[in-house]
Design a protein around this ligand. Structure first.
Ligand SMILES: Cc1cc2nc3c(=O)[nH]c(=O)nc-3n(C[C@H](O)[C@H](O)[C@H](O)COP(=O)(O)OP(=O)(O)OC[C@H]3O[C@@H](n4cnc5c(N)ncnc54)[C@H](O)[C@@H]3O)c2cc1C
Length: 421
């Protein structure tokens, strides 16, 4: 079964395979949000860019996700301060809203048709979770993000019409979109600026010389600089990078078309919604008035035996009257988890850059990190340095035990969520 995104995508040309020797200033490995954001940034700055993609543009997490624009990171700002100090916290805070701004800027500039909508909400199921939400809102306000609103039990149903919630925080600077159409729009924009994209061209190795070289089975690209953005799907092309992350699968379903009235009854605000649990449910309306509902995780990146069997019971808990609704699409995708849940960005040699590991919170963050990569290659390193200097801590348990370690951690936090702690 294709994803909702693949099933409703705008027409896109099939790009050629890499079969010859090509040259450019910057070669980007991977045509997801990170790679395309960096590629576009560099093309706008006048660099010649080639993107080499193993499958199709947006084939990875970027073309399969919940489409939720959620400001911030996988970690709270207060955790950033605790781990890395006030200066890093301030830098993270200053960049926290940039990803959504880049999306809005590119949608307008390149006329990208991706159903972009306003607003996201993070909701609480227990009063103890509300205290955490209140704390988060105060934190945002302290950092000047005043648009974020704290909503209590009396008002929450104006945003999302479910009995499950006691309140939440709602951000008009968040939003949601058809993720695959957005990344396809970025690809079209890149080509308009003279960039080139090769599809069905898996990079098998990268020579990390002063002038690096990217090899596929049938071709190669000689460049001044390479950026590796394969994330959870990178595989063996750079084993030192893929060993620093853990692929994690998340599952999503989309209902049949419900009609405008029913879709508006479920989520009157048309904001996208996620709950605040360690492994949250996330859902939203689509432009054609379906409910797109995701959740779950499988550490290691495999699929559960039935995606619908796993996610539909959660959807029913949130909207019990949808029992009997038909599911038209069910799919999954892998994101890259890091041990610290901070993104990893840096250089593996002076001319080979990389970014990976948004830890499930990547729709906005990848846009911002892609811009950081572009700036760094253009000689502006100060904001890039904020991320490059963060330590890359390996997973506890190494390759064999990192999955059971993560499962145990998530079981513990899941139990706390169920007990309302
Ligand atoms: C099901 C799901 C739901 C999610 N929902 C949300 C959400 O609602 N909000 C949010 O903020 N985040 C969400 N995320 C996370 C977000 O989608 C990711 O963080 C983000 O898309 C990562 O983008 P990326 O470009 O780094 O990786 P990807 O999109 O995975 O792109 C990597 C690309 O590199 C290519 N590639 C890999 N190796 C090679 C190679 N050797 N040679 C050539 N090409 C290669 C792959 O084919 C792929 O196209 C979700 C993730 C998943 C899986």
């Amino acid at each position: 079964m294709p994803s909702y995104y693949a099933g409703t995508a705008n027409d896109a040309p099939a790009r050629p395979q890499l079969t010859n020797e090509e040259r450019c200033d910057v070669c980007v490995v991977g045509a997801g949000f990170t790679g395309m954001s960096a590629a576009l940034e560099l093309a706008e700055r006048g660099y010649t860019v080639i993107v080499v993609e193993a499958e199709r543009v947006g084939w990875g997490a970027s073309g399969r996700n919940g489409g939720q624009l959620v400001n911030g990171y996988s970690r709270r700002l207060r955790e950033v301060r605790k781990h890395y100090g006030e200066e890093t916290e301030r830098a993270f805070a200053e960049m926290a809203l940039e990803g959504q701004a880049i999306i809005r800027e590119r949608v307008a500039r390149y006329d990208i048709d991706c159903d972009l909508r306003v607003g996201n909400g993070i909701v609480a199921m227990h009063h103890s979770q509300m205290r955490e939400i209140e704390d988060r809102v105060n934190e945002w306000h302290r950092h000047g993000h005043d648009a974020m609103r704290l909503i209590g039990e009396d008002e929450v149903r104006d945003y999302v019409n479910s009995d499950r919630y006691v309140g939440g925080m709602f951000d008009p600077l968040g939003g949601h979109m058809h993720s695959l159409n957005y990344v396809l729009g970025e690809a079209r924009a890149l080509e308009q600026l003279g960039g080139r994209i090769f599809e069905q061209s898996r990079v098998v190795s990268i020579d990390r010389m002063a002038k690096p070289c990217v090899h596929t089975a049938d071709g190669l690209v000689k460049a001044e600089t390479v950026i590796v953005c394969g994330n959870a799907y990178l595989g063996d092309a750079a084993k030192d990078l893929s060993s620093r992350i853990l692929p994690v699968s998340s599952q999503v379903i989309a209902t049949e078309v419900l009609g405008e009235d029913e879709a508006a009854r479920l989520i009157p605000s048309d904001y996208c919604i996620e709950d605040i649990r360690y492994i949250p449910d996330y859902y939203r309306r689509t432009a054609d008035n379906r409910l797109l509902y995701g959740g779950g995780t499988v550490y290691g990146g495999n699929d559960p035996s039935s995606i619908e069997g796993k996610i539909l019971p959660e959807l029913h808990k949130t909207f019990p009257h949808l029992k009997g609704v038909k599911i038209d699409f069910a799919w999954s995708g892998n994101f890259a988890l890091t041990m610290t849940r901070y993104p990893q960005m840096g250089r593996v040699s002076p001319s080979v850059f990389y970014s990976q590991g948004d830890s499930g919170h990547g729709v906005t963050t990848t846009q911002m990190l892609g811009r950081r990569l572009g700036e760094a290659i253009d000689g502006q390193l100060s904001k890039f340095d904020v991320f490059e200097k963060l330590p890359n801590i390996p997973f506890v348990g190494g390759k064999l035990l990192r999955v059971p370690y993560c499962v145990a951690g998530s079981w513990y936090y899941g139990l706390r969520d169920r007990l309302g702690l």
